[in-house]
Design a protein around this ligand. Sequence first.
Ligand code: NAD
Length: 357
Amino acid sequence: MRVGLLGTGRIGLFHASTLAHHPAVTELLLADADPARAQDAAARLTGGAARTGAAEVTALATVEAVLAARPDAVVVATATDAHADLIVRTSRAGLPTYCEKPIAADLAGTIRALREVDRNGTALQMGFQRRFDAGYTAARAAYRSGELGFVHTLRTVTADPAPPPAGYLPTSGGLYRDCLVHDFDAVRWVTGREILQVYATGSNRGEPFFSDAGDVDTAAALLTLDDGTLVSCTGTRYNGAGYDVRMEVSGSLGQITAGLDGRTPLTSAEPAGPAAPEQPWPDFLSRFHDAYLAELDVFLDVARGRRPSPCTGHDALEALLAAEACELSRALGSPVAVDSVRSAAALRALPAQEAAR
Ligand SMILES: NC(=O)c1ccc[n+]([C@@H]2O[C@H](COP(=O)([O-])OP(=O)(O)OC[C@H]3O[C@@H](n4cnc5c(N)ncnc54)[C@H](O)[C@@H]3O)[C@@H](O)[C@H]2O)c1
């Protein structure tokens, strides 16, 4: 297969390496808004004796050049603000597309891009990699097998060891849209239920650049699912113990935890408790290494028409709606129904004439 990859930053470089080493990929075409970055990525993947990839890797000067080369599939790993436009362009070109979350930082942009994808009937897979993590997959299977009895509570944690640079924040969408959105997607995926209502709050006890950007460095949200299940979600940019991503699923007959292993950055206060990890997970690229590989492996099957997208644009929209509801709840200091955000967003996404009717 010939695959185009747009955006060769942190996650883009990782995905480029995955694709370059995938047996189904014969040619990988890279582009970045900063052409030097794409060239550097191509050099790293093909450089001299270090060449290990199966694919020919070429850096092209522009995104347009990659799309004009008519690849079989496109992976979008650019900064968030370019996603929606690129999804529209690849969809109009009929190209199966994998895109890092989110589709857009706002709901109107998300809905407009989704309409284009729906109109053209093109395949779109969104990058919620927890759906490919072994622990989350096992938690989902346990939930669905009935072995947990009736599940009444989920508890999710998404904790980064250290904050991103200040410059990342203004375009990140904030802690709910950037980080907890993964938990919202995982909650929907594990349970198969929808998020009805959220009640969210946040705090900023770290660097003031969070509040300067209208963001928080630590957040908590209480979700109510459509079957009454309660979910508590917490997230922070300041977890000095390490990178901690977990989901506890508790039912009347048992409970199971995704993300609890010998590297989970937890220290027991009990004298006979488990030892603290010697090598706690340091970051998302190591913690979700296998999941990132698996999601692109599946995407190449999606692109070849062998299976439907395992994480559609509409899944991404649902997770973003929950994040938007959290931002609103934090501002209002009261619970927010996700449907109220959905209705307002649908209206805003309509072209002016249509909305006026
Ligand atoms: N699923 C995950 O776990 C995960 C993890 C990290 C990042 N992400 C997402 O991946 C995306 C990229 O994040 P990152 O951390 O790699 O960022 P980054 O800043 O390291 O890289 C982004 C790259 O995109 C390039 N770029 C920006 N606009 C472009 C355009 N219009 N055309 C081509 N290239 C363009 C930039 O020059 C840069 O090289 C973000 O949307 C982020 O939300 C997802």
